[in-house]
Design a protein. Structure first.
Length: 103
């Protein structure tokens, strides 16, 4: 049985399209799932990261996280932070980061 040129082109085209979609799906899953990372975007993505205390003025604490300046509050009552100190972001309260000292 002879295969015509148009049939051969159609087979190659369908194979190429199928391979592209299967590769995109598998590639996306292989890149994303082994790392078990959280959200890559949005405010939730900042939780668990480190920040640097930029300024402490009374009860106001400004930190640098993800190259942005955020207001922060201590996670534990009575924790005192100093300028230049590295802290861990543990949560959010409104638009303020909840931070704790790095152990």
């Amino acid at each position: 049985m002879a295969v015509t040129e148009s049939t051969l082109i159609l087979i190659i085209l369908l194979d190429t399209i199928t391979s592209f979609f299967v590769g995109a799906i598998l590639g996306g899953n292989l890149v994303r799932f082994p790392f078990h990372t959280g959200s890559f975007a949005g405010v939730e993505s900042i939780i668990g990261r480190r920040c640097i205390v930029r300024r402490v003025s009374g009860k106001r604490i400004d930190v640098i996280a993800n190259s942005q300046i955020w207001s922060a509050i201590p996670l534990h009552e009575g924790e005192v932070f100093m300028q230049g100190e590295v802290a861990l972001i543990k949560g959010l309260e409104g638009l303020k980061l909840q931070i704790e000292k790095l152990k």
